[in-house]
Design a protein around this ligand. Structure first.
Ligand code: PEP
Ligand code: MN
Length: 347
């Protein structure tokens, strides 16, 4: 893969000393490409720290001048856009709470019309691919061309070890549909320091184009997201532990395309076989109907499943897979046969 984009920096710009010390330490890490820092913080509760506003932009620009790192901040209103551009912020991101609101997204798109600032669009809080795509479309229509996606995980109805559940299939589908670079914000996915390494590795294995990682010179004292921020030193260690894989270009891409083609052919055959099997199931259903035989015959089924697992084992298939596939097929067969009986009862 070409060098991944590594965006690091504090959740919030808190003070001149904090952003300068953090930026200077980050600038010593060769892989770090951009410095992030929140200026206006979307907080769940009103008493919480809401960012330093314009004063923070003065300090963030100082950090850029001191280190040469391009700077990136979150915008949620046209006023934020105007101020960020006034203070020479190099790239902007739209946060998860803003992307959920098409009115806000449209206002930002109108504010950015005619500029060529790179724009990163986070996924909306809810796992709604259409809403995320809609945001891209609004900015594209406004002529904003340098667009990136940031995956920061999704609110989830169950407790999980993550702060925001990754649902990796959603960002992957977005990039397949829109062909935009994808950055994984592992800090907001994890919500803690412990999960950062495996989550970042997973993102790289799934061919992300970069990582966003929150870093603070003194994470435990951070005014926002203290639990998930790490020191620049810890970031250096984390980056050295990650395996950056090839993204597949040239002949690798070609070989992969061939193998994927083979998989597609096999899946097609599987579908044909399943359809034939269901058709025979239907014929058995008709037979049982005419001869008054019960649909489910548990002993026979248990024996068949045991035989399949044994054969599967000799073919190097694990038991869990064989069981799950045949359970699903069996259930579908039963449904087909009971439908036949119900239709008969209605005659
Ligand atoms: C952030 O990046 O600090 C932030 C508020 O992120 P999100 O919009 O993903 O919650
Ligand atoms: Mn944060």
């Amino acid at each position: 893969m070409k060098d991944p984009l590594i965006i690091a920096g504090p959740c919030s710009v808190e003070s001149e000393e904090q952003i300068l010390a953090t930026a200077q330490a980050l600038a010593q890490i060769p892989q770090v490409t951009m410095l992030r820092g929140g200026i206006w913080k979307p907080r769940t509760r009103p008493e919480a720290f809401e960012g330093r506003g314009e004063q923070g932009l003065v300090w963030l620009r100082e950090a850029k001048q001191a280190t040469g790192l391009p700077i990136l901040t979150e915008v949620a209103t046209p006023e934020h856009v105007e101020l960020a551009l006034k203070y020479e912020v190099d790239a902007l991101w739209v946060g998860a709470r803003t992307v959920v609101n098409p009115f806000s997204v449209q206002q930002l798109a109108d504010a950015l019309r005619g500029t060529d600032v790179p724009l990163f669009i986070k996924n909306p809080v809810a796992p709604d691919l259409q809403l995320w795509m809609g945001a891209f479309e609004r900015f594209q229509k406004a002529g904003v061309t340098k667009l990136f996606a940031i995956h920061r995980g999704f609110s989830y109805y169950k407790e999980t070890p993550y702060r925001n559940f990754p649902m990796w299939e959603l960002p992957i589908e977005l990039t397949q549909r829109l062909n935009v670079p994808l950055i994984t914000d592992v800090s907001h996915i994890c919500g803690n320091r412990e999960l950062l390494l495996p989550t970042a590795q997973k993102a790289l294995d799934l061919a992300t184009d970069g990582l966003m990682i929150e870093c603070h010179i003194n994470p435990d004292a951070a005014l926002t997201d203290a639990k998930q921020q790490i020191t620049p030193e810890a970031l250096k260690t984390l980056l050295s532990q990650l395996v950056f894989r090839s993204k597949g270009t040239g002949s690798v891409e070609h070989d992969l395309a061939e193998l994927r083609g083979e998989i597609d052919d096999i899946d097609g055959e599987l579908l044909q076989l399943l359809s034939r099997r269901m058709e025979v199931s239907g014929r058995i259903g008709e037979y049982k109907k005419c001869h008054n035989v019960a649909v489910v015959q548990m002993d026979r089924w248990k024996q068949i499943l045991a035989d399949h697992i044994a054969v599967g084992g000799s073919l190097n298939l694990d038991q869990e897979l064989v069981e799950a596939v045949f359970e699903a097929i069996h259930q579908a067969s039963i449904r087909r046969q009971t439908d036949i009986l119900d239709a008969c009862g209605n005659q």
